[in-house]
Design a protein around this ligand. Structure first.
Ligand SMILES: NC(=O)c1ccc[n+]([C@@H]2O[C@H](COP(=O)([O-])OP(=O)(O)OC[C@H]3O[C@@H](n4cnc5c(N)ncnc54)[C@H](OP(=O)(O)O)[C@@H]3O)[C@@H](O)[C@H]2O)c1
Length: 305
């Protein structure tokens, strides 16, 4: 049963958007979704969502969620959303975008008297399915209270960090850590293997240790069995590291590890490794170490299912 009766709109049924919208639909919310590539949205009808043909059809909803890729995409879809006479009460923008882009959007929406929350997320599609997505949110507190029950339906809840674009900084910091941690995880996994131990045995130890985390656990199957089915692309990660470096520049904070990680990721992207998961950084590290990796074909848990 829905906890609230607002009419919800959803723009962007990609890897993340699909899984998030599906949770709202399955919870019984009054949800209408739109995706540029319409066929990706169709299966959500089976979960109870309505599928809109045109983007402005979502404008009369109470709350519209946005989950696309970059700030340019966000501006494009919001522009089309508001191209008709209707406007929603609140827009909740969940994509990972810059501080400046988010502030620009806030200004555009304020001029139209539309409330706006910056609400980026932590977790991939599998994490969403496991009910473990988290949001970091900033903007007016009353708008947060309006959106909160729906955010709760999509995962384990949200952290409200204050006014304006503060959530963007929190998310950028989070994804900088994601980049640096995956690079380091790949380095130590290759080191352990080259020294003579199976990857699954090393990662089993790491995951049980104080250094283990939900992230190291759910990346373990990829690193052990070389399953690089994409959860997050190298280019999206590069975008986030660039956002982190820009923020470091703006606030005059040196970020040497971020810089180095960004360059290592760039080497991978430059070699055309763009279509698989960002954890293919493991293959780069192995190549640089003269190690030929093979899938271990060992059943290892991801800590999610
Ligand atoms: N994947 C993750 O693990 C993860 C985790 C946290 C945050 N994020 C962030 O979440 C956002 C979405 O990531 P994702 O992995 O879901 O990406 P994705 O699978 O590539 O999906 C992107 C979505 O945006 C739509 N889109 C992009 N540009 C558009 C445009 N100009 N006009 C209309 N629609 C447009 C795409 O529509 P089409 O289907 O038509 O292409 C698709 O629905 C990104 O900002 C990403 O950084 C991702």
């Amino acid at each position: 049963m829905p906890t609230r009766t607002d009419k919800l709109g959803w723009i962007g049924i990609g890897r993340m958007g699909y899984a998030m919208a599906e949770r709202l639909a399955k919870a019984g919310c009054d949800l209408t979704v739109w995706n540029r590539t319409a066929e990706k949205a169709q299966p959500l009808a089976q979960s109870g969502a309505k599928v809109a043909r045109l983007l402005p059809d979502l404008a009369a909803k109470d709350i519209v969620f946005v989950m696309v890729s970059t700030i340019d995409d966000v501006k494009e879809v919001v522009g089309k959303l508001l191209s008709g006479p209707d406007k929603p009460r609140l827009i909740v923008e969940c994509s990972s975008i810059s501080l400046e882009g988010s502030a620009e959007l806030r200004k555009i929406l304020a001029e139209k008297n539309i409330q706006y929350l910056a609400a980026p997320v932590s977790g991939n599609a599998k994490v969403i399915k496991a009910g473990k997505l988290t949001f970091v949110v900033s903007g007016p507190k009353p708008a947060y209270e309006m959106a909160r029950p729906y955010l709760d339906l999509m995962g384990t809840g949200s952290s409200y960090v204050g006014e304006g674009e503060l959530a963007r900084i929190a998310k950028i910091c989070h994804n900088v850590m994601l980049g640096v941690v995956i690079q380091n995880l790949c380095e130590i996994t290759v080191l352990a293997e080259k020294a003579g131990m199976p990857r699954h045995a090393f990662l089993d130890f790491l995951n049980k240790s104080v250094m283990g985390s939900m992230f190291t656990r759910y990346k373990t199957p990829a690193l052990v069995n070389l399953d690089f089915h994409v959860t997050f692309t190298p280019k999206l990660l590069r975008k986030d590291l660039d956002l982190g470096l820009d923020a470091g520049c703006e606030f005059e904070v040196p970020m040497p590890l971020t810089s180095l990680t960004r360059d290592l990721l760039q080497q991978m992207i430059g070699q055309g490794m763009t279509e698989e998961d960002f954890s293919t950084l493991l293959l780069m590290e192995a190549k640089a170490s003269g190690v030929e990796l093979k899938p271990e074909n060992v059943k290892v848990g991801d800590g999610l299912s």
